[in-house]
Every structure is written in C-alpha cells, then in structure tokens.
Design a protein around this ligand. Structure first.
Ligand SMILES: Cc1cc2nc3c(=O)[nH]c(=O)nc-3n(C[C@H](O)[C@H](O)[C@H](O)COP(=O)(O)OP(=O)(O)OC[C@H]3O[C@@H](n4cnc5c(N)ncnc54)[C@H](O)[C@@H]3O)c2cc1C
Length: 452
C-alpha cells in the first residue's frame, strides 16, 4: 500500500508527485504517454517557442524602422520545429531526471480506477491510501465537425511542417489568438471566427477592445458574434459556412473551441466519483466526494492552466501529508495570453468588480507614457481596478511583453495591497514594469508621468 497513487503525469500529476516525495510520502506516478503532459509536449512550451520565432520574424521585418538593415525572407518550418522540439526535449530530459532522482515509482501505461483506492495498469494493481486523479484534457471539436485532414486542433497544428497560405481559426480565446498571432507573423492570411461579441471574451472589456484594434492593425481578420455552421474540405482547402450564410475558404481550419476533461472510460463514475459533464467535482480542498480520492488540473472545473495544476498538486500533496495548506483562490491565478500584443490579467474585470464590490475605482495607464514601451514601439495599457479606498482587486494589461509583468500584479492582488501600500516601493527606470508604479501613483491620487 502506497501513500499516494497518481493517475496522469502532466502539470498537476507530476507536481503532486514531486511535492509528495519531498514530504517523505511513498508515491506511484502513472503516465500512458510522456511525462510532462499537454503543457510540455502539446501546449504551453511548443506554442511559446512558435511565438518567439514569430517575434524574431517580426523583428527582422521591422528592422528598418530602427535603422537596422534586415529583411524577412520567409520561414523554414523544419528549422522552426527543430528549435521548438529542442526546447521541449531539454525540458523533458530535465523533468525525467528530476522525477528519477526522487523516491517516485514511475509506471508507464494506461491506468483505470478499479476501486476507490486502486489503479490498474497493464494488469498490475497499485493501491494507495490516497488516489489523485490528474488525467488532464483534450482538444474539443463541435458536433458534426470531424478533426481530420485540413481540419485540425492545436495538436496537429503544432506538428505542421509547412506554413499555410491561409487559415481560418474557430475560436477567439487564448489558443485561437495565439495561433492567429504566430501565423500572421509567418505571413499567413488569418481569419478568426468567434461566436461571442469580442475576441478574448473572458478578459476585461477594455482589453478585448484593444486586442481587436491591435489585430486589425496587424491585418488579422476576425468576425465576432457569429457562429460557425459547417465545413467541407477538398484536395486544396476547406470551405467554412457561417450561420449567416457567408462562406470562407482557406488552406486549413484550426478548431480552438476549448478543452474537454479526459475522464471517459477511466472508472471514475463506476467508483462513485461525482462528475459534471465529464469534469471531476471537488471541494475547495480538491477532495472528491469519495474519501481518499483527490483531483487536480484540467479535469477540475476552473481555469485550465499549467500553473494552476502545479499549485493544486503541491496543495494536495501537503493536504495528504497533514500540513493543512491554504486553499487556492481561483481569482488569484494569473492569466497570460502570449500573442502579439500580449495580454496579462489577474483578479476581477471592472464589470465583475462592480458587481461584487459595488463601489470601485479604476485607472488605465497608457503605455504611450512609458519610456521602455516607447523604445520597443508598443502600444497598450495597464488597468488597475480597486475597491473604493481599498485593495487592488483586478489588474489588466495589454502590450508587447506585458506577460512578464504579471508577477507584480500577482503579488499585489494576492497580498490585497492597496495603491497606497505600493507607492513607496520603487520601480526601475526605464522598464515596462515602471508603468505599474505610475498606475499605482495615479490611483493613490499623485500621478507622476500622467495627467491627473
Ligand atoms: C495549445 C495549448 C497552449 C497552452 N498554453 C498554456 C500556457 O501558455 N500556459 C498555461 O498555464 N497553460 C497552457 N495550456 C494549458 C496547459 O497545458 C494545461 O492546463 C495543463 O497541461 C493541465 O495539466 P494537467 O496535469 O491537468 O493535464 P495534462 O497536462 O493534460 O496531463 C494529463 C496527463 O495524464 C495522462 N493520462 C490521461 N489519461 C491517462 C490514463 N488513463 N492513464 C495514464 N495516463 C493518463 C496524459 O497522457 C497526460 O500526460 C495550454 C494548452 C494548450 C492545448
């Protein structure tokens, strides 16, 4: 009998294993495919490598504006892929080494929950005082739209060995806009279709609007508030019909309409685990209704992000070890969209904050007044939302590289700091981070490089 048996070796599962082994618990980690899961092999890392290659392409294209002779001569997808796969390979090796160096029994194979405390893999049974379900998610499609040939999800798009001429992207959320951004930088004619009224609809309305402006400027086409109806493909392309009757044609159709929980056929329901539309339900301590069975990562309703999975894994290991860790505040999880421009946010949007707290104040500091952003040639803003005379309850940013600024926002939100708490802290000049300092100063009633 082990202390913990973990089913799934992605962000949530391996974080549980690493923390549990640190705490001296005996751990079994079961993975059918590659340690590291979606994020490392088919998600965060490969997409960000492509986005970096895209940034290099843009830099080459825009060199003349900075007085640097450079031209963009095209993309060699084989080389881009080998750069991307090199990054994944090094991180994969490092992760394998880390797990091997700990007292973790790593089992390769497809597991099923065959009793509330037992997972069966290749005919072997692994019993645990606790079981952690961490089987992650898969790319969804929509009814009647088969993923095949020229109709693909992010899984196939990340393996493409050529740059298409034109692409239609179904879904203007994080994954959709990241691919739109990469392909546009690679010279592709891109059209995004989003059923909701704006791109990145989960973000603060001001950010969504700014994103649409930026995409328009970059020549990325998008249609919002319109639903997809059907698609057909032939030897040379895909025809997409919208419910308005309009038809579009492109080389490829990328379906980026969200990710479903990978829980079917794994024995969860048979063992009495409460589920909702395939997601595993937990309380705030990540315990399911079945004693000793926990769940982490994308199968738990909420933000499907790797760092949420990491933190949930650490939490569950500590919970099982009896350390009574602090419950995770879902609103305090940072969210970054790594397109050009980038979007980074935490906490409540202005509309949500109004609804929750009643009286609020907000301030938008335009990056036009920020030296480093001017040097980089980026536009955008940092928007702060605070409870009236109280702490900052939302931070919303858009602009090149603002993803790297989320660290300060994360601390301010989670420490419930008010602008007055942070204005005595000094921001280095000239950095983009400095724009934070300016926004805090303005909200505290003493703007420096901004009009009152
Ligand atoms: C294109 C894309 C880009 C993304 N970018 C980001 C980003 O920039 N930042 C971010 O935070 N998040 C990003 N994500 C989301 C992130 O990848 C997920 O939130 C994260 O991987 C979830 O971790 P997880 O452990 O729940 O699941 P997964 O990483 O999916 O891992 C689950 C693991 O369980 C294994 N498994 C499943 N069933 C079984 C079974 N029966 N037996 C054995 N093993 C099994 C799977 O093989 C898999 O390895 C992105 C996702 C995608 C698709």
């Amino acid at each position: 009998m082990h202390d913990i048996v973990i089913l799934g070796g992605g962000s949530g599962g391996y974080a549980t294993a690493l923390r549990a082994s640190q705490l001296g618990l005996s751990v079994v980690l079961i993975e059918q495919d590659k340690l590291g899961g979606t994020c490392l092999h088919r998600g965060c890392i490969p997409t960000k490598a492509l986005l970096h290659a895209a940034e290099v392409a843009d830099t080459a294209r825009e060199g003349e504006a900075f007085g640097v002779h450079s031209t963009f001569n095209g993309i060699d997808m084989t080389k881009v892929n080998s750069y991307k796969d090199g990054v994944i390979g090094r991180l994969y090796k490092g992760l394998q080494g880390l797990v091997a160096s700990r007292a973790i029994t790593y089992v390769e194979g497809y597991g099923r929950l065959v009793s509330p405390n037992t997972v069966e893999v290749n005919g072997e049974r692994y019993e645990g005082r606790n079981v952690v379900l961490a089987t992650g998610s898969y790319a969804r499609s929509i009814p009647g739209l088969d993923i095949a040939g020229r109709v693909m999800t992010s899984d196939q798009a990340l393996q493409l060995d050529y740059v298409p001429t034109s692409v239609i992207i179904l879904g203007g959320g994080v994954i959709g806009v990241e691919f739109a951004s990469v392909w546009r930088s690679f010279g592709v004619d891109v059209t995004v279709i989003e059923g909701l009224p704006t791109l990145v609809p989960a973000e603060d309305a001001a950010v969504s609007k700014a994103m649409e402006r930026a995409f328009r400027k970059r020549g990325i086409n998008f249609k919002t508030g319109v639903r997809f109806q059907s698609a057909t493909q032939d030897d040379s392309g895909v025809n997409v019909t919208l419910e308005t009757g309009e038809t579009l044609r492109a080389d490829l159709l990328l379906v980026a309409v969200g990710r479903g929980p990978r829980t079917e056929g794994l024995g969860y329901e048979e063992q009495g685990v409460a589920m909702d539309r395939g997601f595993v339900l937990t309380n705030e301590r990540l315990a399911t209704n079945v004693p000793g069975v926990f769940a982490v990562g994308d199968i738990v309703p909420g933000l499907q992000l790797a760092h949420r999975g990491f933190q949930q894994g650490i939490f569950v290991a500590e919970e099982i070890a009896g350390l009574a860790p602090l419950a995770i505040d879902e609103t305090g999880i940072p969210r970054v969209t790594y397109s050009e421009p980038e979007i980074a946010s935490i906490g409540y949007t202005e509309a949500q904050a109004k609804e929750k707290f009643g009286e609020i104040e907000s301030y938008e500091y335009n990056l036009g007044g920020n030296g480093k952003s001017q040097i980089l040639g980026t536009a955008g803003f940092i928007k702060l939302v605070r409870q009236k005379d109280g702490p900052v309850v939302g931070v919303h940013m858009i602009g090149s590289r603002v993803g790297e600024l989320i660290g300060e926002a994360q601390l301010v939100y989670n420490w419930e700091a008010s602008p007055e708490d942070v204005t005595p802290l000094i921001h280095a000049h000239p950095t983009q981070n400095e724009a934070f300092g300016e926004a805090f100063l303005a909200l505290a009633g003493k703007p420096l490089h901004a009009h009152a």
